[in-house]
Design a protein around this ligand. Sequence first.
Ligand code: SF4
Ligand code: SF4
Ligand code: SF4
Length: 309
Amino acid sequence: MGQDKWAVSFKTIISSLLFAFVFYAVALWRYLATGYIFYLFNFGYIGTALAIGLFLNTSLPKKYRSWGRRIAQILVGSYLLIYVGFILGENLQLEGFFIYLLMGVFQGATLHFFIAKIIGPVLFNRGWCSWACWTAMVLDVLPWKKPVHKRVRYLGLIRYVHFFVSFAVVFYIWFILENRTIYADKLMEVYWLAVGSVLYYAVGLFFGFIFKDNRAFCKYICPVPVLQKITSRYAVMKIEINKEKCIDCGLCEKNCPMNIKLLEYKNANKRICSTECILCTTCIEVCPKSAVSITNKIDFCNTEYLDIF
Ligand code: SF4
Ligand code: SF4
Ligand code: SF4
């Protein structure tokens, strides 16, 4: 079957290189637009780390393929949190995005959100959530990679409440208190990022233990999907099941960390267009028939098939 060997092919190399080139193009665009050499390093580093992860994810012997994603997630997540966040003093969290929007600044958090969480998902879906997020980088250490329970209906509404509370706090400081200097010094951004990150980790670990689910925080609490879910619907990169190869064993569904009912999409002749898909590639790794893959197409479907109660 070739599953216990490396599977390096022209296609895997070219796909990884193409992915890196997208980031190198962004690096060049930002450098030429601003003259700021940091952009060359920043997007060059992220693109290279993701390309290495993608290459390993598609080339390693099957049982080790998840390492590719984890390596990319740790390389990008820790770089963004420690170097860009704490050392350079950029609060890349949602509040930082709102504040920079109000300031009319298109760098730091605004650029990050546009690329990773608003426009980027049209190309690479919610890949951010599996391949780069520094919160999930830690939550993925928990032992419940496949959910023990179904999703809890309506609990995900907390994400929307969280989103609007974050916006309301920034709105209050900016327009009611008329404090336009909240981001006047980088130290304030670092404090905000530190407090926000500690809270995210604490709540994420707590929910992970309560639900026995590494991704409980992502499903119910994190406000970022509120933005991602708008554009990921149109993602070029989506999971697809080959009907001819599939034997309906159900392993992909059982192992999906986001409780997506993949077979319902297959039976409806659709790619996995759930906005809950985080492109973690677990379904690809567990399929005994190699029937699952990431495909690149332009399509649209508006259906959520989730295992929920
Ligand atoms: S849902 Fe939030 S915490 Fe989870 S991976 Fe995505 S951005 Fe990170
Ligand atoms: S794991 Fe593969 S063969 Fe089994 S149901 Fe999923 S796609 Fe079909
Ligand atoms: S459908 Fe596949 S890639 Fe998407 S979240 Fe589920 S296991 Fe991961």
